[in-house]
Design a protein around this ligand. Structure first.
Ligand SMILES: C[S@@+](CC[C@H](N)C(=O)[O-])C[C@H]1O[C@@H](n2cnc3c(N)ncnc32)[C@H](O)[C@@H]1O
Length: 243
């Protein structure tokens, strides 16, 4: 179901729950400011959290890149995930088609192309899921507490969750989740996008980054990336342990 609000003439469309939805490797590279697939080979272990219905982990495996996806739904049956993925593609794409002016269409060119790419990601993910569960590449886990040891991954990617859905979470959940993502990384965490699904900036960003730095010794930088589907969403947050 889709909730629709009007806020000071800023039309906002928000999902009432987190969608089981996902993007492809090529979109991940742009979202997270990564050069190309080859550049991922320099990382020994990559975590994608939440992974959702993304094909990133499946595509990485094909290139011999060690990537693990984590999501609260990764104990579910393949059929349930497939149905949920299909349902959420319909729901999100319908929401986008109601307000096309909120998006840039250079990359996808049309709503049909957007849907095609979402279905492609879901198909790749579904076809890899059984092998991936067996090989422990898809692990059930839920922020703000992840089932991984300290510094288990050298690169941690977190797309379309923390700030996208920040209207559903309190400040403490967001802070604790970021600290947790940094805990399981030994090099860096990349978070995309840094604005809400309503296209508004996250209102507590300055306070959040300040607490991360002062209390948790976590450094940050905000990097402009080449991906901007939702207008204004061309920024990625990079977090690292303070040296
Ligand atoms: C939009 S998908 C993320 C897709 C992918 N990262 C991308 O950018 O294409 C959001 C996912 O967050 C998951 N999720 C919901 N609550 C969560 C939590 N507390 N911790 C981690 N993931 C959560 C949902 O199951 C859903 O699959």
């Amino acid at each position: 179901m889709i909730l629709s609000n009007n806020d000071n003439n800023n039309h906002r469309l928000e999902l009432d729950r987190v969608a089981f939805y996902g993007r492809t490797m090529s979109e991940y590279l742009m979202m997270f400011g990564l050069d190309d697939i080859t550049s991922l080979k320099k990382y020994n272990a990559i975590l994608d959290c939440p992974s959702g219905a993304s094909s990133f982990v499946a595509e990485a495996a094909k290139y011999g890149i060690n990537a693990v996806g984590c999501d609260p739904l990764f104990d579910k049956d393949l059929r349930i995930l497939h149905e949920q993925g299909d349902k959420d593609i319909e729901s999100v794409v319908q929401r986008v088609s109601q307000k096309p002016d909120l998006y840039n269409w250079e990359f996808y060119s049309s709503v049909d192309k957007l849907k095609e790419l979402r279905k492609l990601a879901l198909r790749h993910f579904i076809s890899d899921y059984a092998d991936g569960v067996r090989e422990k590449r898809y692990i059930k886990g839920m922020l703000p507490r992840l089932p991984f040891g300290d510094k288990a991954f050298d690169l941690v990617l977190s797309g379309h969750f923390i700030f996208t859905y920040s209207y559903k979470f309190d400040f403490s959940f967001i802070l604790t989740s970021l600290v947790e993502l940094v805990r399981v990384s030994c090099r860096e965490v990349r978070i995309y996008p840094i604005q809400k699904s309503s296209l508004q900036p996250y209102e507590h960003m300055t306070k959040l980054l300040d607490i991360l730095k002062r209390k948790h010794r976590i450094d940050h930088n905000i990097v402009t990336v080449s991906f901007e589907f939702q207008k204004g969403s061309n920024k990625m947050l990079r977090l690292t342990h303070k040296k």
